[in-house]
Design a protein around this ligand. Sequence first.
Ligand SMILES: NC(=O)c1ccc[n+]([C@@H]2O[C@H](COP(=O)([O-])OP(=O)(O)OC[C@H]3O[C@@H](n4cnc5c(N)ncnc54)[C@H](O)[C@@H]3O)[C@@H](O)[C@H]2O)c1
Length: 493
Amino acid sequence: MSCMLARNACSPGGSTVFSQPWRGGRVLTQTATPALCSVHSSQQPVMAVRRETSKLWETRAPLSPQHVKKLVQKGVKVIVQPSDRRVYSTEEYADVGAVIKEDMSEASLIMGVKTMSADSLMRDKTYAFFSHTIKGKADYMPLLDAILEKNIRLIDYEKMVDEYGQRLVAFGKYAGMSGMINILHGMGLRLLALGHRTPFMFIGPSHNYQHTEMARQAVRDAGYQIALGRMSKSIGPLTFVITGSGNVSQGAQEILNELPHEYIEPEDLPKVAAGGSKNKIYACVVSRDDHYVPKNGGTFNADEYERYPERYASTFSHNIAPYASCIINGMYWAPGSPHLITIPDAKKLLRPTDYAPRTPSSPGCPTLPHRLLAICDVSSDPGGAFEFVKECTSIEKPFSLYDAEQNVNKESFSGDGVLICSIDNMPAQIPREATDFFGSLLLPYISEMLKSDAKQPFQDYSCSPVVKNAVIASNGSLTPDYEYIQDLRRKSA
Ligand SMILES: NC(=O)c1ccc[n+]([C@@H]2O[C@H](COP(=O)([O-])OP(=O)(O)OC[C@H]3O[C@@H](n4cnc5c(N)ncnc54)[C@H](O)[C@@H]3O)[C@@H](O)[C@H]2O)c1
């Protein structure tokens, strides 16, 4: 079969016109090499959706059956590895024309969501997944080495961004929603351990809900109780600080908005924490310019910060954190950036003296030991924004309690400390909606990814900057934009 994937013309000069009917018939003009034209005009494009193997709860897929159906209709052969754990059944993919088989060797492009074992990587293929290699973290370096050794071209969804650096293919919204639901559930359990039955106890962990609408309803029910004044008086006004303004932050806000709420500016936090209403919660979105300050004076400059994060200090632990009941971290953290809360900062923030109770404490109605009750580190970067978050939690064991005095994490809701939720595959808890959402964002780029031939030089790969700039490795080397990973590795070694 000829290449039917949106191929309308292939000019002698190598300029190819691709139409993408699923994007409303929009036509993109791109330059392709003559060699690429001949490869694709004579062969049916073949891609594969691999089975996720990274974690027990990882039931997402990069594409739903509806997305696969569109590709099949365009002439793409889509191999799907069978899986009884995937949120969409194997039969649903078969019904839309996918070829169900274990062997993916026929495919030039293999897509997944999360990482896989280095052994399972196939030589000379283009892979697309979240590789987590871009921060040079030791855990992911054996995978990167195997990618280089096996001449794999790696496209990392995390680096598919527009000209403003905005991510285009991301699960972040569902990570934010899931993280927010989880931390509300966790606060219910933590507050119970501290002596308070609260409306948060009506909210379950996000994987308990088949659809986010059910979770929203549970949050609304809790909100109704809060609005009726059913929170213990000794808990005081609750303030939720959300860092970042991207996908994660917006997803978290969507859930928080189901509670009776008021958005406030960071400078209003002290006033609200001291004397705000207890019949609603306060939400405060904190951006980088609210707390990153140049060490040498002046104001925050995003370009400078992104290039030289070490030139900045954060005032977060002094100006924001002391007034937060719960922090939801949706900010990207780059190596070299200042921590938002260091280990010594945490020790100070979690001292009982730092929280001034407005109501007298009694054995049955205790005041809180300190204001900061919970942190949901959706960015999920151990040793990153929060220096003391040493490892991610998991869907099976979502919470730990960080005791700042002892500098230890324990698996408990009782005792001293702040509750931490730092699950690194948050959206896996809402797998169906997350797959539908992500696949719709990814689908428009698949024709370009299918043009990739890992055996050809990277410079000859003709595609949009969105895809090309997301290629981390090709032809046995890191691509120029990602050579810094080698420096990070050297430094950490
Ligand atoms: N735990 C999970 O399951 C999960 C899932 C999705 C995303 N994430 C992580 O959450 C974080 C946010 O994801 P998102 O989709 O909201 O991203 P996004 O690009 O939409 O938003 C990123 C936010 O971080 C800020 N930021 C701070 N420093 C930055 C820098 N050096 N470069 C770029 N942005 C910077 C931006 O201003 C923005 O507010 C990322 O670290 C991402 O890897 C985690």
